[in-house]
Structures are given as structure tokens and as C-alpha cells.
Ligand binder design. Structure first.
Ligand SMILES: C[S@@+](CC[C@H](N)C(=O)[O-])C[C@H]1O[C@@H](n2cnc3c(N)ncnc32)[C@H](O)[C@@H]1O
Length: 231
């Protein structure tokens, strides 16, 4: 295992995690795909409608804006409405493995999308984790996506409704927070957290030497934490 410490492994993490022994890691922290079709790796369902990633003929004509916007949340077909459930099922494909490699009492921190975070929570609960709490990452900005509804009637040549709905926009919030989910692997029934610290060393760190090592690793990060694709 030593060869993997402090290394970034270029592989699919869902299958790649199998190299880790049982009850091995103290923490898993992940910014998992949100299942909202923001990139190819974010399409986690078997819905093959070309409109999903903004690649239908109409969307290509509309230009880059549609590529990122994807499909409307309600979807255009019955298959679209299965997407949240299929996201839950995708979470189930890796959650049990995470449970296996985490030490009892260890934590999982997941940066989750707002729309499907509830599906992620239930999938991890159904796989054996305890959902402990949630906190929020507050971003500086968020995209604004309120479509002018009259533009649609204009394209259709429906002049009456173009005039009637002039100035109206399709509602969309512009939230700047992202939910961060905190789960723990339950420890043995009949023991306390203090017993668990003795058994698995998961809890607090009192040794100044170990704290100094961890701090040094954090200080030497090239890129500041929380400054990635989503900045
Ligand atoms: C939500 S993004 C994380 C973005 C990053 N936190 C940032 O702000 O720059 C998810 C990342 O997971 C990667 N990814 C998706 N599926 C993966 C998998 N099965 N195994 C490993 N990485 C994966 C994607 O390439 C993407 O970089």
C-alpha cells in the first residue's frame, strides 16, 4: 500500500478502490459527479436522448448556451423522469465498497449537487452509512438561467403569445451554496466512540508530531483548497 500514499492514481475510482484492504482509511473526501449532465462523465443513466447533453439538431443550432444547460429538469420524456432514480442506483454501485474500506467511525465527506444530493444520502444510508450532518460551501457566484419565455413564441411565430408573455421569464433560482454531506461508518454496536478510538484510531489527534506532519502536507499544496473547476 505504501506506493499509493500521497499519489494521484489515474484510474476509474469505482473499480480502482478494490486495491484497498478492509477498514483501511480514516476518510474519503470526494466531489462526486452530480448526475446533471454537465459533462460526459456526469451522465449516469441509460437515457440516450441526444438532447440530454445539448446535442440534438435544435440545440446545436441554438449554440453553446444549450450545451451547458442540458435538458429541462422535468424532462421531455418518461425516461427523463427516471434520471434521479438512476442516479441513486449509480451511487449504490460504489457505496458498499466505500463502506468496506473505511475504518469504523471513519468519515465520508461528499460535495454533492443540490438536485440529487437526497438520492446520494439515501443510497449511502441504504448501504450502511450513518448520515451525520450537512454543511454548505458558499460560492461567490452562480450562473443565472432564466429563459425569456416570449423568445420561444417568437421562434414559433406565435405573435399573440409573444406579446402576451413579453417580459416573463421561466423561474430559476441562483443559489450560490453547494451541499457538503457528512457520513460516518457506524462502529460496533455495544461500544462507544472512546472504545472505537482505541480500536481503530478514528477520532482526534493529540500527538503534536502527527499534527505537524498533516499541516505540512496541507501547506505544501500547490493549488489552494476549494479552488477548482467550480470557482
Ligand atoms: C464534480 S467534478 C470535480 C471537480 C473538482 N472538484 C474541481 O472543482 O475542480 C468530478 C470529477 O470526477 C472525475 N470522475 C468522474 N467519474 C470518475 C470515476 N469513475 N473515477 C475517477 N474520477 C472520476 C471527473 O473527471 C471530474 O474531474
Amino acid at each position: 500500500m505504501e506506493e499509493y500514499i500521497n499519489k494521484i492514481i489515474n484510474t476509474d475510482s469505482i473499480s480502482g478502490i478494490s486495491i484497498l484492504p478492509d477498514n483501511y482509511v480514516h476518510l474519503i473526501l470526494s466531489d462526486i459527479p452530480y448526475g446533471i449532465g454537465v459533462e460526459d462523465w456526469d451522465v449516469l443513466h441509460d437515457n440516450t436522448n441526444s438532447a440530454y447533453m445539448g446535442t440534438s439538431p435544435a440545440q446545436i443550432k441554438a449554440g453553446a448556451v444549450f450545451k451547458k444547460r442540458g435538458k429541462p429538469i422535468n424532462g421531455w420524456s418518461e425516461a427523463d423522469r427516471e434520471i434521479p432514480k438512476q442516479y441513486y442506483e449509480w451511487c449504490l454501485t460504489w457505496a458498499k465498497e466505500w463502506l468496506r474500506v473505511i475504518k469504523p467511525g471513519g468519515s465520508v465527506i461528499i460535495f454533492a449537487g443540490r438536485r440529487f444530493s437526497h438520492r446520494c444520502i439515501t443510497a449511502l444510508e441504504d448501504s450502511g452509512f450513518s448520515f451525520k450532518d450537512m454543511f454548505a460551501w458558499n460560492r461567490q457566484a452562480a450562473p443565472h438561467r432564466a429563459q425569456r419565455v416570449s423568445a420561444v413564441y417568437e421562434r414559433r411565430g406565435d405573435l399573440e403569445n409573444l406579446e402576451k408573455w413579453e417580459g416573463w421569464r421561466l423561474g430559476n433560482l441562483r443559489p450560490t451554496f453547494e451541499p457538503v454531506l457528512w457520513f460516518t461508518k457506524p462502529y460496533k454496536i455495544g461500544t462507544t466512540i472512546a472504545d472505537n478510538i482505541l480500536l481503530h484510531g478514528v477520532g482526534f489527534e493529540i500527538s503534536q508530531d502527527y499534527v505537524a506532519v498533516a499541516q505540512h502536507r496541507l501547506d505544501s499544496l500547490v493549488m489552494p483548497l476549494f479552488q477548482g473547476l467550480n470557482k
